[in-house]
Design a protein around this ligand. Structure first.
Ligand code: 8LQ
Length: 470
């Protein structure tokens, strides 16, 4: 049942007993060094396969003077040039519709997903049936680690369209033997209907973005429903920071009275749940036998040792249709060495993914992530449900303002004390002051998907001054 081969082979009839902790005990708990040896073998196979089937990779590696046979260690692999999302986009524009990194005949592509295309040309994901099944099996394994079982009813409450997140959660739940409920999100009035369907269907597990779950909780309250009465036992998330951000996580847990699990990397490297929780604490494992993850210096792009902070670079080890070999994420994280005390012997990312490097901003020399601000304001007892982060340039100095909704019922006489308290807390966490502005409840739009809370006036200023958009 527990094969680990290239190309991947899965026994579709296999499922562990309900009380078994690990779906694949050997692959999940083997000594990390032994796994690394196998991973090196797999990387060589995947690279040889891509060399043979993909003009994109052959060209790229030829230019760098690299041949798959020259990769003799994971250190050698760390020198293979990274792939950037722009390269994939450009290659697809030249080689419609799936790019010259499609390694199977076009007729074998049985599923299409894609990026939403909010920044630049959308990218199409062409997925073979074999890959679709590998992703389903991998996701079933990670969802099993989250404690999801065949007795559960899993609600998928993210858009069921181009977004691979929703489909990945759906096929993982299906493969695991749970009852899956593709309700989606994003249509007018859908959130209220979600609540009534949840109750009728006895949904026990929710999948969505963290922001949408908070919106769902707020909508429940406005309908006179206590979210904790919905009966969820588990919630798992992907798509944005939140489930590993302490105050967001605490808010999700307390509102729904359910356990919270983080997951997710990038759709391109599905099974995206390879960064996925396997225990009841914040943070995620890097399930290295599914997608090999390196954390690299964002400037030099060289791999960093455990303990360091850097940007994840991903290599799919089970994908045959559009394999990704050293795809640069441009996100930020910190990773820790495998620790057998955790059971699973994978590297661990204790704070998950903090966010995109592009979303980081610098105010008076301090690097700031929106998720750090979220953590502070959402921990406050008088927080009203949404906020916006505004960065402006004031006489050549960047300044930070945070507009925060207060809870209904906070007397206006209490606003100055409240904003001062938040401001002081932000200063102690971020190292720079922020102007906190109290806003009435429900000032800001809620999201059905991924939150966008940063308003960057400096980008606008640069554009006006002729620098063009970032
Ligand atoms: N991103 C995705 N998951 C994240 C997480 N758990 N924590 C922090 N940031 C996260 C299909 C999956 O949901 C993954 C996904 O959202 O894929 P996308 O749509 O290609 O978006 C990828 C980006 O979402 C990542 O680069 C992270 O910035 C963020």
């Amino acid at each position: 049942m527990e094969q680990w081969t290239w190309p991947p082979r899965y026994d579709e009839g296999y499922r562990p007993a309900d009380d078994q902790r690990y779906w694949f005990p050997r692959r999940e708990t083997m000594p990390a060094e032994q796994r690394d040896e196998k991973i090196l073998e797999r990387i060589r196979e995947v690279m040889a396969y891509a060399w043979e089937h993909s003009p994109f990779y052959r060209r790229k590696w030829d230019d760098a003077g690299i041949h798959p046979s020259s990769i003799r260690s994971l250190e050698d692999f760390g020198k293979v040039p990274v792939v950037r999302k722009e390269e994939l986009r450009a290659d697809q524009a030249e080689h419609e519709p799936f790019g010259s990194y499609l390694c199977v005949p076009g007729a074998e592509v049985k599923h299409v997903n894609g990026t939403s295309g909010t920044t630049g040309r959308p990218t199409a994901f062409g997925i073979s049936e074999r890959d679709w099944r590998s992703v389903a099996n991998a996701h079933a394994r990670v969802m099993w680690a989250m404690g999801i079982r065949p007795r559960d009813t899993v609600l998928v409450a993210s858009p069921l369209s181009l977004y691979w997140g929703s489909w990945g959660a759906y096929i993982g739940g299906e493969r695991l033997g749970a009852r899956v409920f593709p309700f989606g999100a994003g249509q007018n009035g859908q959130t209220k209907r979600t609540l009534s369907w949840m109750r009728q269907m006895g949904v026990s597990v929710l999948y969505s973005t963290p922001s949408y779950a908070l919106h769902l909780a707020e909508t429940a309250r406005s309908e006179g429903i206590d979210p904790a009465s919905l009966g969820l036992t588990r919630m798992f998330f992907s798509g944005e920071p939140g489930a590993s951000v302490p105050s967001v996580r605490a808010m999700l847990e307390s509102k729904f009275g359910a356990k919270v699990y983080d997951s997710g990397s990038m759709a391109e490297v599905s099974p995206w749940m390879h960064l996925g929780a396997g225990q009841d604490e914040p943070g995620v494992f890097a399930w290295q036998d599914l997608v090999y993850t390196e954390v690299c210096d964002p400037g030099t792009l060289t791999p960093l040792p455990y303990g360091a902070e850097g940007t994840p670079v991903y290599t799919t080890l089970e994908r045959t249709s559009q394999p990704m070999i050293r795809l640069l994420s441009n996100d930020l994280t910190r990773w820790e060495a495998p620790d057998a005390a955790r059971g699973r012997t994978y590297p661990f990312l204790p704070k998950g993914i903090y966010g995109r490097i592009d979303d980081m901003f610098t105010v008076r020399g301090e690097n700031i992530y929106p998720s750090a601000i979220d953590d502070v304001v959402m921990a406050d007892a008088d927080y009203g449900g949404e906020h916006r982060i505004v960065i402006t340039r004031d006489a050549a100095m960047d300044t930070l303002a945070v507009q925060v909704e207060h809870r209904a019922g906070l007397a206006s006489a209490d606003h100055p004390g409240w904003t001062e308290r938040l401001s002081a807390r932000l200063r102690s966490v971020l190292g720079v002051g922020a102007d906190v502005v109290a806003m009435p409840p429900n000032t800001f739009d809620r999201t059905d998907f991924k939150a966008r809370r940063v308003i960057d006036d400096r980008a606008l200023l640069r554009e006006i001054q002729g620098g063009g958009p970032r």
